[in-house]
Ligand binder design. Structure first.
Ligand SMILES: Cc1cc2nc3c(=O)[nH]c(=O)nc-3n(C[C@H](O)[C@H](O)[C@H](O)COP(=O)(O)O)c2cc1C
Length: 330
């Protein structure tokens, strides 16, 4: 049984990865219903939080039904990070996660996200200060290293553990790789195989089939899998992995009725949370995957992703059900 601090998260838990503009409350709720064991918010700027930037603060919204939930923050300035820990605590998450892996220039150039992989001492001291500043478990999400020549993840993970980090999720790419190439899980297995490691080591990167999740568990010996892109517009992925673990067989894919029902609920929850305009806008990226593989679907997809009002999107869902209700997904 894996534990994050005192929180039991199951045998080989499946974690919903933090994803900007994706891992919001409606989507987290759907993933949780479909078997995600732990869910994370998208990354939230510590500087934004302490300035009380409305956009950052809204990202703190969490709901009882999604627990255990981690709020992820990023930053590189100790004082801002500590202040934002206090702000985050007030939202009542179960876990606070530090993003030491974001590769984008505007984050890295400030020394935050994966930028901190160039200064491991700072990474460790920030983590230590945050651990001391809260009773909540602090977890870290990071990458293998800055670039191929500077991978020291075994040592880094051990140092983070020693200052009180309660779990580490490692994306099997370097910052230099961004999202290119294949994720390499071997260095993550080396972290796990370090005799001194006792906190959970979660693998991340390219888990896009139940077989790969099984490989991560059985061949690489990791403690859980963090899943990102495979879940976008496909919250059923978590349940399908669990079904495969239990039976060795693939679950039947969700039917059209289930897909339309999920898309409807997703949109409604998004509107309830963010209002009509943002709700409509921010659910768009999921529709391609909800309805992947249906021939001659373009007209309907266009209606879903270009309509500005929810009534038209709901209408498109009804039309899809009417026209493709019997479609058999592979
Ligand atoms: C749209 C998108 C947004 C992301 N936003 C974040 C983020 O806010 N915080 C973070 O730690 N990683 C973020 N990531 C990285 C993912 O958490 C994950 O590490 C990466 O996608 C690899 O996992 P996967 O192959 O399962 O998608 C993001 C990835 C995507 C695709």
């Amino acid at each position: 049984m894996a534990k994050i601090g005192d929180i039991e998260v199951g045998e080989f838990p499946l974690l919903l990865a933090p994803m900007e503009d994706v891992s919001d409350p409606p989507f987290r709720a759907l993933c949780k219903e479909q078997g995600a064991d732990v869910v994370y918010t998208e990354f939230i700027s510590s500087e934004g939080l302490i300035r009380d930037a409305a956009k950052s603060v809204m990202k703190l919204d969490i709901y009882e039904k999604e627990r255990p939930v981690g709020i992820q923050i990023f930053g590189a300035v100790l004082d801002s990070m500590l202040q934002s820990v206090e702000i985050v605590e007030a939202s009542g998450p179960d876990i606070i996660d530090i993003n030491f892996g974001c590769p984008v220039k505007k984050v890295v150039s400030k020394g935050a996200g994966a930028g901190i992989l160039k200064d491991i001492d700072l990474m460790v001291s920030l983590t230590e200060a945050m651990v001391k500043h809260t009773k909540l478990p602090i977890t870290v999400k990071t990458r293998l290293g800055w670039d191929h020549d500077s991978i020291k993840i075994v040592e880094v993970a051990e140092r983070l553990q020693d200052v009180g980090c309660k779990a580490i999720s490692i994306h099997g790419r370097t910052r230099a790789q961004m999202y290119k190439g294949e994720a390499d899980w071997k260095p993550i297995a080396e972290v796990k195989n370090n005799q001194r490691m006792h906190i959970p080591v979660f693998g991340n990167g390219d888990v896009d089939s139940p077989e790969k999740a099984m490989l991560m568990r059985d061949e690489y010996g990791l403690d859980g899998a963090m899943i990102g892109r495979a879940s976008i517009g496909y919250p059923w992925f978590f349940k399908e992995v669990k079904h495969f673990f239990e039976t060795g067989k693939h679950a039947a894919p969700p039917t059209m009725i289930e897909r339309v029902e999920a898309a409807r609920r997703h949109l409604q929850m998004a509107i309830d949370w963010k209002g009509e305009t943002l709700g409509v806008f921010e659910t768009r990226r999921h529709y391609t995957n909800y309805f992947k593989g249906i021939p001659h679907f373009k007209e309907y997809r266009m209606k879903m992703v270009t309509s500005d009002d929810s009534a038209s999107v709901f209408e498109a869902f009804d039309e899809v059900l009417e026209k493709f209700g019997d479609f058999q997904f592979a």
